[in-house]
Design a binder for this molecule. Sequence first.
Ligand code: AP5
Length: 211
Amino acid sequence: MKIIFLGAPGAGKGTQAEIVSEKLSIPTISTGAIIREAIKAKTEMGLSAQVAIEKGELVSDEIVIGIIKDRIVQDDCKNGFILDGFPRTISQAEALEKMGVTIDKVVNIYVSDEDIVKRMSGRRVCSSCGASYHTVFKPTKDNKTCDKCNAELTIRKDDAPDVVKSRLVVYHEQTAPLEAFYDKKGILVTVEGQEELEDTTKLTLKALDIK
Ligand code: AP5
């Protein structure tokens, strides 16, 4: 199965993608996570993407399309994959079609802008493995270190309130048109993001017909 998770920054795409990935035993490909790793490793691609990501702007289509092209041909993608955060523009969606990828379902997680801003202030990420938590909705055992690898929790630079606002503007201008793009193809399902993580998971699994 090939699935896209669509939704505003912080809507819960990564959280739900991780659960579906485990259920279906297919990998999640997060362009955001791949770019953050490249920034950490100071690769050429990472350095050229860093300014855009920290300002809350989109990284160039050329870079992200290149990331996806290289990743989906790897062995673990043979039985399908989940795209989290790609495509984010119509031209990225068209590039995906040109790669010959047929998407089965696009799950659009809807959360209001107001709730997004509240939610992002509580997100914490592991400084080592990148696992994502929330101080209220998904706390770690001590709210200081990662439950998976014990490394320190940090706040993403692009989770600063001003940057979150810019990311929302970019989302509405450049990414939201993808809802109509995939709706026309009859593969869009919209899930209303709930206050509780588990409730959003139930709706997501139902939308994907996963038991
Ligand atoms: P990326 O990392 O993809 O960021 P994003 O899309 O803005 O999404 P987030 O990771 O912030 O949030 P999410 O929806 O995954 O939510 P999460 O599950 O973490 O991209 C970052 C940047 O990279 C972009 O701004 C851009 O610069 C660049 N980039 C990436 N892809 C690109 C592309 N294709 N083209 C161009 N540029 C690209 O949840 C958020 C928080 O809420 C967590 O703390 C979580 O625990 C909590 N939470 C989740 N669900 C719930 C719930 N139901 N109730 C309460 N809390 C919840």
